[in-house]
Ligand binder design. Structure first.
Ligand SMILES: Cc1cc2nc3c(=O)[nH]c(=O)nc-3n(C[C@H](O)[C@H](O)[C@H](O)COP(=O)(O)OP(=O)(O)OC[C@H]3O[C@@H](n4cnc5c(N)ncnc54)[C@H](O)[C@@H]3O)c2cc1C
Length: 325
C-alpha cells in the first residue's frame, strides 16, 4: 500500500496533493500496490470526497480539532499510529514547508530513513530507486531503498504534473480514531499570510517570467502587460529579485519556487541550471532571448531569437486583439 499524506488549506486540497497522487499512481502501477490517501483535519468530509474521486483505493480520515491549524506534534503522533497499524510500503509527503516540517519527525519516530525532495523514481528489479537533486540541482542522486518498509519520501512540488492524475475511482472512506497523548509542545503565536495575487505561482496555469535581460525595473512593465493580456501570473529569475525589482516570492528556481504550469514564458532569461530546476517540468516552455546559444533554448518547446523589447509588446498586442475579438 502507498500512502499519500494529503495537504490542504481552507478545506481544499493543495496542488501538491494531486502531484503526490500522480507519483503514487505511477509507483502503484509498477509495484502493484494499492493507494490510500490520508487526510488529517478538523472537518474532512469535503476533502475526502475530493480525494475519493481520484483513482485510488482508500481514503483514511483522522478528525480532531487539534488539526484545525497545522502543528507537527499531533500530526506526527496520529500519522505514526496510522502507519504502525496499516504498515504501508511507501509514505509520500509533499516537499513543502509543512511536509518538510513533519516528515523528518515522523520518519525518526518510526526509526526509518527519509528520502527528501524526490523528483523521479525507477524500478530496478523489485526495488524502488528514488531520484533527488543535490548540489543545488547540479546533480541527481539515486537512492535504492533497502530494509523493511515503510519507506518515507517527500516529493518536490512540480516534479509530477498534477494534470496527469487519474480520476474515476470510488475509494472507500475509513475513519481513524484520534487519541492524542497530551497538549502539543508548540503553539501558533501568529499566522502571517503570504501576499496573495500575482506571485501565487504554485497553482498558476500560465506564468510569464522575466530575467536580467529586462535591464531595469521599469522595463518589467512589458512582462506584467503580457501576463495580463494572456491571463497569467508573473515570475522572475533570481537577479531580478536580488536587484529588488520584485519581491522574493516571485523568484523561480532552486532557491525560489518550483512551478509546473501549462505554459511558461522565459523572457530575457539565460536558462542557468538553478532557474531550470524550478520550471523545466512546465508543459510548454516559450523562450524569448536575443542570444541563439542561450541554454534556455535546450528546454524550450518554442523559441524566439530576437530583442524582447520588440517581441513582447507585439505578442501582448496580439493577445489583447484576440481578447477583444
Ligand atoms: C546557490 C545559487 C542559487 C540560485 N538560485 C537561483 C534561483 O532560484 N533562480 C534563478 O533564476 N537563479 C538562481 N541562481 C542564479 C543563476 O545561477 C543565474 O545567475 C540566474 O538564473 C541568471 O538569471 P537571468 O537568466 O535572468 O540572467 P542572465 O544569465 O544574465 O541572462 C539574461 C539573458 O537575457 C538575454 N537578453 C539580454 N537582453 C535581451 C534582449 N533585449 N532581448 C532578449 N534577450 C535578452 C541574454 O541573452 C541572457 O541570456 C542561483 C545561483 C546560485 C549560486
Amino acid at each position: 500500500m502507498i500512502f499519500v499524506i494529503a495537504e490542504h488549506k481552507d478545506n481544499k486540497l493543495k496542488p501538491i496533493t494531486t502531484e503526490l497522487l500522480v507519483f503514487a499512481q505511477r509507483v502503484g502501477r509498477d509495484f502493484n500496490q494499492p493507494i490510500t490517501a490520508v487526510v488529517l483535519g478538523s472537518h474532512t468530509d469535503s476533502l475526502a470526497n475530493e480525494l475519493k474521486a481520484k483513482k485510488i483505493d482508500r481514503v483514511i480520515t483522522a478528525e480532531n480539532e487539534a488539526f484545525e491549524t497545522y502543528l507537527p506534534d499531533p500530526y506526527v503522533e496520529t500519522l505514526k499510529a496510522i502507519v504502525e497499524k496499516e504498515k504501508p510500503f511507501l509514505v509520500l509527503i509533499g516537499h513543502t514547508t509543512q511536509g518538510m516540517d513533519f516528515a523528518p519527525l515522523l520518519a525518526v519516530a518510526l526509526r526509518k530513513p527519509l528520502i527528501a525532495g524526490c523528483v523521479e523514481y525507477e524500478k530496478e528489479g523489485d526495488r524502488l530507486v528514488l531520484t533527488r537533486q543535490i548540489f543545488n540541482a547540479k546533480m541527481n542522486m539515486k537512492t535504492m531503498l533497502r530494509g523493511d518498509p515503510p519507506y518515507f519520501a517527500t516529493a518536490s512540488p512540480g516534479a509530477f504534473p498534477a494534470d496527469d492524475v487519474e480520476s474515476g475511482g470510488n475509494a472507500e472512506v475509513v475513519r481513524f480514531p484520534v487519541n492524542l497523548g497530551g497538549p502539543s509542545r508548540r503553539k501558533i503565536v501568529e499566522r502571517v499570510e503570504a501576499p496573495k495575487g500575482k506571485a501565487d505561482l504554485s497553482s498558476a496555469p500560465i506564468i510569464v517570467s522575466g530575467g536580467r535581460g529586462l535591464k531595469e525595473k521599469q522595463n518589467f512593465n512589458v512582462i506584467f502587460e503580457l501576463a495580463e493580456a494572456i491571463g497569467g501570473s508573473v515570475g522572475a529569475s533570481r537577479p531580478v529579485v536580488d536587484a529588488e525589482w520584485l519581491p522574493r516570492e516571485y523568484q523561480i528556481g532552486s532557491s525560489g519556487q518550483t512551478v509546473s504550469p501549462k505554459l511558461y514564458f522565459a523572457i530575457g532569461i539565460s536558462g542557468a541550471i538553478q532557474h531550470l530546476v524550478g520550471m523545466q517540468t512546465s508543459r510548454c516552455i516559450v523562450a524569448i532571448n536575443k542570444d541563439p546559444e542561450a541554454p534556455i533554448f535546450k528546454v524550450a518547446h518554442y523559441g524566439i531569437v530576437d530583442d524582447l523589447f520588440k517581441v513582447v509588446p507585439a505578442l501582448t498586442k496580439i493577445f489583447k486583439d484576440l481578447n477583444r475579438a
